[in-house]
Design a protein around this ligand. Structure first.
Ligand SMILES: Cc1cc2nc3c(=O)[nH]c(=O)nc-3n(C[C@H](O)[C@H](O)[C@H](O)COP(=O)(O)O)c2cc1C
Length: 183
């Protein structure tokens, strides 16, 4: 057996040995869930903060390119900047890979995961660019704000057509609760 095969066997054994979901996770009963998914998200977000989740505002953003390599997804972590009637907001450079992919194909998927609570929230929907003014304000409000404005900096909003809340359970009877949002 070659060295790589041995390493892989060891890794596989170690991965299998890692603990699954613990038995002290919160319970979630979709029957008691609010009609408004934003309300549910905010209550889960507060619970994540209270549970000491580090960077509970971090999520993975998946985009899909057009042009050469069209159809191949790419993803990366971002920070949620705001959540209001404009949508679920995040900011990045329009010149980045995700910026270019969003320009070509303005749809994305977001995924939040709060491991301490065994909770995942998934969203899918179209993405719009917010105003140059709002983008400049976001750039200026960054913790280590650069003095110079960044004309490539863009505030975006995802307007979900679908949101799924997922609660893990130690007995593997995981709970899903999905909202389909018109328009
Ligand atoms: C927790 C976390 C939060 C991040 N937040 C942002 C963000 O809000 N905006 C951003 O442009 N990049 C952020 N990044 C960096 C991105 O993940 C990514 O590396 C970068 O934006 C380039 O992505 P792209 O080449 O796919 O466009 C963050 C990374 C991590 C790990």
């Amino acid at each position: 057996m070659g060295r790589l095969a041995t390493v892989s066997d060891t890794l596989r054994a170690r991965l299998r040995a890692l603990p699954d979901f613990p038995d002290d996770l919160p319970k979630f009963d979709p029957a008691t869930a609010p009609a408004d998914p934003v309300e549910l998200f905010l209550s889960w977000f507060e619970a994540a903060l209270a549970a000491g989740v580090r960077q509970p505002h971090a999520f993975s953003l998946a985009t899909v390119g057009a042009g050469p390599g069209a159809g191949a997804p790419s993803s990366r972590m971002l920070i949620l900047k705001d959540l209001d009637d404009d949508g679920w907001q995040f900011a990045t450079a329009r010149t980045s890979r995700k910026g270019r992919e969003l320009a070509a194909n303005p749809q994305a998927a977001m995924n939040f995961y709060w491991s301490q609570l065994g909770r995942q929230v998934r969203l899918v929907g179209p993405v719009v660019e917010l105003s140059a003014e709002a983008s400049a304000q976001d750039w200026a409000a960054r913790p280590a704000a650069d003095a110079a404005p960044n004309p490539a900096w863009q505030l975006y909003a995802l307007r979900p057509s679908e949101i799924e809340f997922w609660q893990a359970s130690a007995d593997r009877r995981h709970i899903r609760h999905r909202y389909d949002l018109p328009g």
